[in-house]
Design a protein around this ligand. Sequence first.
Ligand code: GLY
Length: 351
Amino acid sequence: MSRRHFVASTAAASLGTLAIGAEPPRPAGDRRPVAISSANGLRAVERAIELVKAGHDPLDAAIEGVAIVEADPKDHSVGLGGLPNEDGVVELDAAVMHGPTHAGGAVASLRNIVHPAAVARVVMRRSRHVLLVGEGALRFARAHGFPEVNLLTDEARQIWLHWKETRDPKDDWVPPPDEKVAAFIREAIEPRVTGTIHCSVLDTHGDLGCTTTTSGLSWKIPGRVGDSPILGAGLYLDNEAGSAGSTGVGELNLLNLSSALIVDGMRRGLSPKDAIMDVCKTIAARCTRDPLRRRKDGRLAGNVLFYALTKDGKYAGGSIYPGAKMAVHDGDSARLVPCDSLYDRPPATDR
Ligand code: GLY
């Protein structure tokens, strides 16, 4: 793609209104940009590439990309419409990393704010801290002008209520008859939602930025924090090597700092695919030592998915169990591509 093309598209793309803490655009470079994301991130990679072609910072582009999904009430794994904790309260986690400065910011258990990834950028740029949680994170977001909203949509509340009414036949909550349960509720209850969105972006200068944002595990114990806001676990980057992030059961990444391991693998010269598969093997070998994380068939209980992008634009996705896809935009078009997996067959049952 020519330099003229990048310059010509500059006027077309600007950041959204929640770009608090974003960088001003610079003249676009002449390298081919790449954006990768989880399977729910097709619109995210499209938006991110539009922005980096217009000279925007790769992290700002990633944040704007995932903001589309954070604001989508139909995605029950992220932001507005995310499934709540066991008390029916939506608590969001997010983190960002910026390649050129090796800076990072994060928020955990954040309530009432649709765009936690944008708040994480403000933690990075407007504080000397890296991670703010709970009430402190909310007060910080308020101080910087982020509007507060009720994140629990009526659809997410109905799904949560069904979970609450059916979880224990001995309690006093009574579910409606089966035929009265809406299809959207059935679909959202099984399997348990562990979704999230990650987005890594390589810009036209060869610089990287990434973010991971989530409402976390559905029905989590209030206060539970997953891997998404933990640098090294749910995302990591090294501007000299590459960027990586994850979706799925966050505890597996907290126990292995998986994203940092993948980036380190790429720094040592592994391809993104080999770096991911190495880490999938490590996770399965280590975590199946714990009976809580081992299925009856001896394999890992829970799945994690990884997305990795090198400094020179190579990418791959991979997971423990088969069937995953990732979203990619390599400058020309956005598409879903299959991910490799460690195991060749899915689990027969949840345990
Ligand atoms: N990976 C998202 C979470 O476990 O919260």
